[in-house]
Write a protein that binds this ligand. Structure first.
Ligand code: 13P
Ligand code: SF4
Length: 400
């Protein structure tokens, strides 16, 4: 029986899941990402790990962690639940976590408590001998799934065919490794919510326009911050023939934005901003730049999860915050800062259900296997993809 707090698994053949967002275990050869199968094997959580009490989980996770000592580093994204984040050696936003993964060569194992694209990035930036483990392979990102390599290559070819030139591909960190490799191979770069503006500046030194995927809102919000207007930022809709806009619009563009979004951040609305301001005079509205552009424009501040944490930490007692981001982070900030008033901008909050899939039972299972010398749920990237994706990621780390 699965305890109520473990998200139910979809009905699948035993031991095998067809996942749209999991590791690329690809053979060597030409253009390997053209064959990206995105299929991985997820061992089901053994029954011995199901239904353990919170106390037992906690005790055994600490015990396994202590046995592994400095061979292990646990990285945790800010959206992780409290009963996971407390075990993290380092917590941060996507940018900070990638920098951390690149700077821990002594650790034999990196256990990544976050979602798939983050663990994959750690596998690309880490040293070749390191093993990266994602405790639950079903922890993906629905936004990252909104662009795949076939669609991006099709878009690239279609733009070239209508004379759109000097395009710099920029992929948001929330994307599969093969998209990062595409950027590395085509003079492009990876960005995160914490360096997107600097990445725009960099890209405009390399070409005349960006192709930005998969998050249209981070792309547009960053474009506005750089003084671009809507007609310089046409959408590319992968479900429409030739992107859905006039070729002239793409030729004029400074940033061509992929039609993708985050279903968690898209829930925040301008009405919620108005209600927060009406109900709490003096409130500071602080949102993530994956929110829609009207919400970001109406907010007082926007930035990455680390930026959000920093703003709250630095604020004086008595500050009132309405925060537009994932609920685990908002709750944690409210608990850690009782001297301030902190609430979620959306009263009917929506957690990131995939981040939530890193349940302590999965973490314990992964750690106890490492203690026994078995690596479960390893995230690995083929050498070809790794090589090109690393180029784009190293550019990202240099631009901040
Ligand atoms: P950060 O890089 O700001 O942590 O964002 C990651 C993410 O997935 C937000 O939804
Ligand atoms: Fe992806 Fe949105 Fe979850 Fe971030 S909050 S991991 S963008 S689904």
């Amino acid at each position: 029986m699965v305890p109520a707090s473990v998200p139910a698994a979809p009905p699948v053949a035993p031991g095998v899941r067809d996942l749209p967002f999991v590791t690329l275990h690809l053979p060597a050869g030409p253009a390997p990402w053209a064959r990206a199968s995105r299929v991985a094997v997820q061992d089901p959580l053994p029954s011995a790990y199901v239904g353990l009490s919170d106390d037992e989980l906690e005790r055994r996770i600490w015990a396994a962690r202590n046995k592994l000592g400095t061979r292990l580093v646990i990285l945790g994204h800010h959206y992780q639940r409290d009963d996971i984040i407390k075990f993290a050696d380092f917590r941060g936003d996507s940018f900070g976590l990638s920098r951390e993964a690149a700077s821990r060569p002594d650790a034999e194992f990196i256990v990544f408590c976050g979602v798939h694209f983050m663990a994959e990035t750690a596998a690309i930036l880490g040293a070749p001998h390191q093993r990266v483990v994602l405790p639950n392979l079903t922890a993906g990102c629905s936004m990252a799934d909104m662009a795949d390599i076939f669609e991006v290559r099709e878009c690239w070819a279609a733009l070239q065919a209508v004379g759109v030139e000097r395009v710099v591909p920029v992929t948001y960190m929330n994307s599969a490794a093969d998209l990062k490799a595409f950027c590395g191979q085509h003079g492009g770069i990876v960005c995160t919510s914490s360096n997107a503006r600097a990445v725009y500046d960099w890209a405009f030194t390399q070409g005349d326009r960006l192709l930005f995927f998969p998050d249209q809102y981070l792309g547009r919000n960053t474009g506005y911050a750089k003084g671009l207007t809507d007609d310089q930022m046409p959408l590319w809709d992968p479900r429409e023939l030739d992107g859905g806009a006039d070729p002239e619009a793409y030729r004029r563009a400074r940033a061509i934005l992929w039609r993708g979004w985050c279903s968690v951040h898209k829930r925040f609305t301008i009405d919620q901003v108005r209600q927060a301001r009406a109900g709490h005079p003096g409130v500071r509205i602080l949102v993530h730049p994956e929110c829609t552009s009207d919400v970001v424009a109406a907010a007082d501040l926007n930035g990455s999860t680390e930026f959000i944490v920093r703003q709250v930490r630095q604020a004086p007692a008595g500050t009132v915050w309405a925060i537009g981001t994932e609920i685990n982070l908002v709750h944690r900030l409210a608990q850690e800062h009782p001297e301030q008033t902190i609430f979620c901008l959306d009263p009917v909050v929506c957690p990131c259900s995939t981040m939530y899939r890193i349940h302590p039972s999965f973490l314990l299972w992964a750690l106890e296997n490492l203690v026994e010398g078995r690596v479960v749920n390893q995230i690995a990237v083929s050498p070809e993809i790794r090589q090109h994706a690393r180029v784009a990621l190293e550019r990202m780390l240099a631009v901040h």
